[in-house]
Design a protein around this ligand. Structure first.
Ligand SMILES: *Cc1c(COP(=O)(O)O)cnc(C)c1O
Length: 326
């Protein structure tokens, strides 16, 4: 095993605690892992990944980081904070609603402005706004920007969407080990989108004695294959040897609603339910949809034993609005 260098940035271990009222209502033993409380720039799951990504960028002597994502990206916000702390220029190519096959024609207003965009401005992130297009076009535009900055003499570190390089997944392998030290859990439910959260946790599942159920917030039929490939890179680079295959990834595709980045009715109900029973806020794009998935798993009788919901943060998106009120 090769332990990649890590820059301490977040408050670990994050708390894990029971949800007594909701457990009673649902008739299950439900706990929550509070990665919304990682501390860095209002918290969220991306802080864990950034501990490894920033260590790598600093070791390589980079003065500029280029990434991409949606306009309300939580990764861009947390990366922006790290870059500001280390005087690295932070560039992000962003689209309001990147998509897979066809543009998402959401009924009603979709909250794009405010929220994370306000926080990005406080942090000095350079947002390069481009019109909606497929994810691959977003990645290509980020690559073109990185090339331009290099041609202008900058030393650029490229980070894929959501921080889902092998280092991001390695961070979540460590997070899974952290959970295993905090108690015995039978099932972990998490949102999944760019994949390194779910992938890393699945790699730790064997050690932790738990299984991972992922709820897709950006459903792509080929996604399990992407996760297998990502985790093979972790195995290769770290010597982890998890050797994950299709049987290691359980994905739920029916909780996204109208599409990635568009709040769903079930998700909005899940936000109200958790807030009103336990005083905890979810975010509308990821954790709310995953929690709606958890409620379905519970209804279907799939959650025997102790279940933990992995709260990945994202709460600034609760303050996003359809039109610019900043
Ligand atoms: C990025 C993000 C996720 C998804 O994590 P991935 O590692 O990209 O799959 C889930 N929840 C929140 C709040 C996020 O910001």
């Amino acid at each position: 095993m090769v332990e990649p260098p890590r820059l301490p940035l977040v408050l670990l271990p994050t708390p894990v605690h029971p949800l007594p009222r909701l457990s009673r209502e649902l008739g299950i033993d439900l706990w929550i892992k509070r990665d919304d409380l990682t501390g860095l720039a209002l918290g969220g799951n991306k802080g864990r990944k950034l501990e490894y990504l920033m260590a790598d960028a600093l070791l390589k002597g980079c003065d500029t980081i280029v990434t991409c994502g949606s306009l309300q990206s939580n990764f861009v916000r947390q990366l922006g904070a790290c870059c500001a702390m280390h005087q690295i220029a932070c560039h992000a190519v962003v689209m309001p609603l990147p998509y897979n096959d066809a543009p998402i024609l959401a009924a009603g207003d979709v909250p794009h402005e405010g929220g994370n965009v306000i926080l990005d401005r406080w942090l000095g992130v350079e947002l390069h706004r481009v019109p909606d297009a497929p994810w691959d076009a977003l990645f290509a535009q980020a690559e073109a920007l990185a090339d331009d900055l290099e041609a202008a003499g900058r030393k650029v570190y490229r980070i894929p969407v959501g921080g889902s390089s092998w280092l991001g997944a390695y961070a979540f392998y460590q997070a899974g080990l952290e959970l295993a030290k905090q108690g015995e859990f039978h099932t972990v439910v998490c949102p999944t989108s760019s994949g390194s959260t779910h992938g890393g946790l699945a790699a730790a599942a064997g050690h932790g004695g738990f299984r991972v159920l992922g709820v897709m917030c950006d459903p792509e039929p080929e996604f399990a294959q992407d996760l297998i490939e990502l985790m093979a890179v972790v195995d290769r680079n770290s010597g982890l040897g998890a050797g994950l295959g299709p049987e290691d990834f359980v994905l739920r595709f029916d909780c996204v609603g109208q599409g990635y980045g568009v709040p769903s009715d079930e998700g909005q109900e899940a936000i109200a339910r958790l807030a009103r029973t336990e005083g905890i806020f979810l975010d509308p794009i990821y954790s709310a949809k995953a929690f709606a998935g958890l409620l379905k798993f519970a209804q279907e009788g799939l959650l025997s034993g102790r279940t933990v919901f992995w709260h990945t943060g994202g709460t600034p998106a609760l303050f996003a609005t359809a039109t610019d009120q900043t």
